[in-house]
Design a protein around this ligand. Sequence first.
Ligand code: GN1
Ligand code: MG
Length: 368
Amino acid sequence: MRAALIARQFDVQGRLVTVEPYGSGNVNDTYLAIFRTTFSEQRFIVQRIRKAVFPQPEVIMQNMRVLTDHCHAKLEAEADRSDRIWQLPKIIQTKAGEDWVTDAQGDLWRAISQIASANAFDRVQNPEHAYEVGIVLGHFHRMVSDLPPERLGYALPGFHVTPGYLAKMDAALATPEGQERLEASLETKRAVRFVEARRERCQVLQQALERGDLTLRTTHGDPKVGNIMVDEATGRGTCIVDLDTVQPGLVHYDIGDATRSACNPAGEDAAELASVIFDLDLFTTIYRGYQSHAQDFLSQADHRHLFDCIHLIPLELGIRFLADHLAGDVYFKVRYPGHNLRRALVQFKLAESIETREAAIRKVLGER
Ligand code: GN1
Ligand code: MG
């Protein structure tokens, strides 16, 4: 197996026991490798980066190097004053001292440390869990608030630039195959109409950035609940993983992504659309957790756009899933035909729920 051959190239002691598929990522191929010596064992993550999604995978690794050097130094310096043991994955180098391996097909593989004795959940478990998600994201944003975004490259150009995803949807609809998929079900037509009615609103963050109201910073890009590790023993958040999308962006992308994920107890793959809601209690706690770390660096203009991002990011993710469904499932991995359409409907339901609760959400945000 290719993953086993690759795993042996990293600088790890012992002999390979297994390499098994791992996790529930929608993009890359992830494996857990186990190596054993006579007296110990090491587990680590091996991943192949999908070229169809990341045109320049080396940029991910260059960013990860800059980010982890910055954060590990900071975490160690602050460790004695901290209320918990914060962790962040580390790049495991190859035996030749490189940060990644390129295989014969030209694919980039990398190895990173596994955060032990901690779990991540695909769905929010309870308000305490949502609170921890807020804490971990706030802590991450504070930790990178002095890492100039210019030091990072764009691993994923156009990531979270919502108008770009609308253009992708339009392009898919302009093809005969896209039209065929549109005509195939009433649900698809309804989904496209849902987006059409909100086309203008899709510009909101991009326009604020272009006006200079909002500024680029170092962002995580994908802080969904499944990427937040919670300590097995204490239940407290201790680590954010999946650093592939760390790049210059708006903190709003992260806030909207964390809230769309942690305030929807039914999850991204909800079995019943009717069960998808934006839960205000969960939102209140996640926001409290976030603020406890992030109060210092959010400007007034940032605050003014918080509701916008809470609404926009689920809408945007729905558009991304829908555009991929119309294009024939080329970006996100799917587990069954129509999976991307289904995922889109869940996010649209969530965006609708946010629209209904706008006044209450703004109240939690401290707006009048
Ligand atoms: C993808 O592969 P994964 O699960 O880390 C996607 C995110 C979406 C997420 C939805 C590079 O993340 O943007 O929010 O699916 N990552 C990329 O689950 O597009
Ligand atoms: Mg990701």
